[in-house]
Every structure is written in structure tokens, then in C-alpha cells.
Ligand binder design. Structure first.
Ligand SMILES: *Cc1c(COP(=O)(O)O)cnc(C)c1O
Length: 379
């Protein structure tokens, strides 16, 4: 699905020398590399504060802790996402409220969010799934009306732009009260281990969060709040510093691959290629509205599991993200939920298939992947 070795070979010298600097200084924890990366990412995103942490799941949890959410507070999020999003809500003893997503862009459905709001609702967690922003303008409007916090799960869309209806743009993850991302190796900006970060434009919240990631300490050995230990280590920061200048190029390469996939599948009636939303209608050089963390097809009247098996036999990696809606997972099932409210997710889990998507895909690979799929469907 990804080619981390191929990508490393292209930037070997930068990465090696950046790691070497850490080894020479032996500043493994909170060293200058971490600070340097924080500044570089703040500049790249155009956000006031980046707080690095240990992984994307921690980033979400810490964001919720920083906002002071309390047990019993209801937090609305998408039914169709990676479990980390709902996991941290449950872990903090907040009440997860899962809602359906859109058929076209797989992102949280605005009408479903509105319907789910109660007097106990405190926050919405839109997930920018597969590399494209949820409808942030509508979400921020709902949040303002109901006095809710918005926590963006930006683990899959770093570098993507969101375009408001007036044409202004903002980077994914910097629009809500707080954003969280992951630097897991296969993410669009991945390190060589675990890593994550929290973004916010709110000075007071940033200060609170900086204490939370460090055992609730604001003054050394004075623990004012219950915190966690969640750090980005200097070696991972070194890798990220070497890779960040390439992020836009990496995302462009993903977009180019998506354009080629789309072209190959054009006119195949059993395949629905990924749809753009938020007013964007084609993948172009300037918009970056979709950074294709995943390239995900919907299959119509195709035995998906048989196709997966066929692709595996042809040595083509593929993935099903996600095979089970969160509201049907044992850990998150709840009598409150009504199947009729999840018609889209229930359908998507049967239809979707994600194809290899990374920065090193070449024309030959794309041709092999797409022709294998098309031949199988036409058989
Ligand atoms: C990867 C991912 C996370 C979690 O990130 P980790 O760094 O693996 O903890 C959270 N949410 C989504 C949507 C993700 O894809």
C-alpha cells in the first residue's frame, strides 16, 4: 500500500544528516530538533501553535483534555473512521455520539450532526477522511450556534486546503478550536516510528495543552492538572524536519496518481471513483482540496471480497477502510443507536476498497493495478 523504502532512498542524505545531528548532541527528548520542527510546522500550516506529542491518538485525547471536557459530555463524531477517534472519547468517559457520513465524500454528515445535538453536547470531532476536509464551514456554524468545541481529526489530511465559500483557504486542522494529527509512517507526513501533534490558534489552550503533555506541569515539579507523558522524540522530529519541505511535493504525487487512477477507471460503470467536495470539482495544481491519504473506490455490484482475493493473488496490495462501522464494534455498540440512522456507513463498509497510494507509484504500477481490476470486473 505504501513504499516507505523508495521514499527514503530519495531523501536519504537529508534524513541521515538530520538524525546524525541528534546523535551528536544526544538531546533525545525535547531537544532543539523538536522545537525546530514545531516552528517549521507552525509556519507551514499558518497556525499559531503546534504542540508535538507521541502519536495521533494521544493528540486527540490531549486536545479533549485541554478543552476541559468532562465525563458525560457528549461528543459527536463520524461512524466511518478509524477507531482512535471514538476510543479517546470513551476513554475520557465522555459519551461518544456516532453519526452517519456522506455517500459522496465519506465525511461526517451535517444533517446527522444537527440531529444528534442535545443539551449535553459539548464537542464535534470531524474527521478529514482519506485526505479531504469535512464541511468545516457548516460545522463551525453549528458549533457557534450551540456553543460547541470543534476538534479536527486531521490524521489523514495534513497539507490539504479547505476553501470557504468566499474563496479564502485554510489548512486542514487549523480551522476548528483545535486540530490533531498523526505522523505514523504511512500518513502523508510520516516519521519512522510514532509521532503526533496538536494545533491551535488559541494561546490559552496551547498553554494548557503544553502542560498536559508534560505530566500537567507548568512550573517544574508543580503538577497543577492531571496530565500525560506524550512526547515527540528528537529522532522522529529530525526525520519530520527533513520531510516537511517535501510535503507539498508528496501530496502532489498522490494527486497525480489519483488523476491517473481516475482516468483509467473512467466509464467503468461498476466503479465510483473518489468525489471531491467543498466546492472543488477537479484535482488541480492550486487547490490541494484532497491529498489522497487513501484512494478509495466504491464498487457497485461487484463481489468485493472476491476482488480483494484476486488482487492478493496478483500481488496487488489493497485495503478495506473500514470494514465495520464503529457503532457495530463491540466496544462502541450502544442501545441508543438506531440502524436506520446509519444507512450510508452500513453501505460503505460493503462497497469500499482502497488501492495502493503513495509517493513512489509509477505509471507501470498504476496500469497493472487498474487493468487487473477492470479485467476482473469485465470477466
Ligand atoms: C492514524 C489515525 C489516527 C491515530 O493516529 P496514531 O498516530 O496511529 O495514534 C487517528 N485518527 C485517524 C482518522 C487516523 O487515520
Amino acid at each position: 500500500m505504501v513504499d516507505l523504502k523508495g521514499q527514503y532512498n530519495e531523501i536519504k542524505e537529508e534524513v541521515n544528516s538530520s538524525i546524525q545531528e541528534v546523535l551528536e548532541t544526544s538531546a533525545y527528548i525535547n531537544g532543539p530538533k523538536v522545537h525546530e520542527f514545531q516552528k517549521n510546522l507552525e509556519d507551514y500550516l499558518g497556525v499559531k501553535h503546534v504542540i508535538p506529542c507521541a502519536n495521533g491518538t494521544d493528540a486527540l485525547q490531549i486536545a479533549m483534555m485541554g478543552l476541559g471536557l468532562q465525563p458525560g459530555d457528549e461528543v459527536i463524531t463520524a461512524d466511518f473512521t478509524f477507531a482512535a477517534t471514538v476510543e479517546v472519547i470513551a476513554l475520557l468517559q465522555l459519551t461518544p455520539v456516532l453519526v452517519d457520513v456522506n455517500e459522496h465524500d465519506f465525511n461526517i454528515n451535517i444533517e446527522a450532526v444537527k440531529k444528534a445535538i442535545t443539551p449535553r453536547t459539548k464537542a464535534i470531532v470531524p474527521v478529514h477522511l482519506f485526505g479531504q476536509c469535512a464541511n468545516m464551514e457548516a460545522i463551525m456554524e453549528i458549533a457557534e450556534t450551540h456553543n460547541l468545541f470543534v476538534i479536527e481529526d486531521n490524521a489523514q489530511a495534513i497539507g490539504a486546503n479547505y476553501t470557504y465559500s468566499n474563496g479564502t483557504k485554510a489548512k486542514a486542522g487549523t480551522i476548528g478550536h483545535v486540530g490533531a494529527t498523526s505522523f505514523f509512517p504511512s500518513k502523508n507526513l510520516g516519521c519512522y516510528g510514532d509521532g503526533g501533534a496538536i494545533f491551535t490558534n488559541d494561546d490559552a489552550l496551547a498553554n494548557t495543552i503544553r502542560g498536559i503533555v508534560n505530566h500537567g506541569m507548568y512550573v517544574r515539579y508543580h503538577h497543577d492538572v492531571v496530565g500525560v507523558n506524550s512526547r515527540l522524540d528528537s529522532i522522529q522530529a529530525a526525520v519530520l524536519n527533513a520531510k516537511l519541505p517535501n510535503l507539498d511535493t508528496y501530496n502532489k504525487k498522490r494527486q497525480t496518481a489519483a488523476i491517473k487512477y481516475n482516468a483509467a477507471f473512467e466509464g467503468i460503470k461498476n466503479i465510483i471513483t473518489p468525489k471531491l467536495s467543498n466546492g472543488c470539482n477537479n484535482i488541480c495544481d492550486t487547490c490541494d482540496c484532497h491529498v489522497f491519504h487513501q484512494y478509495t473506490l466504491r464498487l457497485i455490484d461487484v463481489d468485493r471480497d472476491a476482488l480483494v482475493k484476486h488482487l492478493n493473488e496478483k500481488s496487488i496490495p489493497c485495503g478495506v477502510y473500514y470494514p465495520i462501522p464503529l457503532h457495530k464494534q463491540k466496544a462502541y455498540a450502544d442501545d441508543r443507536y438506531n440502524e436506520a440512522d446509519f444507512t450510508v456507513t452500513n453501505q460503505l463498509v460493503q462497497d469500499v476498497i482502497s488501492l495502493p497510494m503513495h509517493t513512489e507509484l509509477d505509471d507501470e504500477q498504476i496500469a497493472y493495478i487498474t487493468s487487473t481490476i477492470i479485467n476482473y470486473i469485465n470477466e
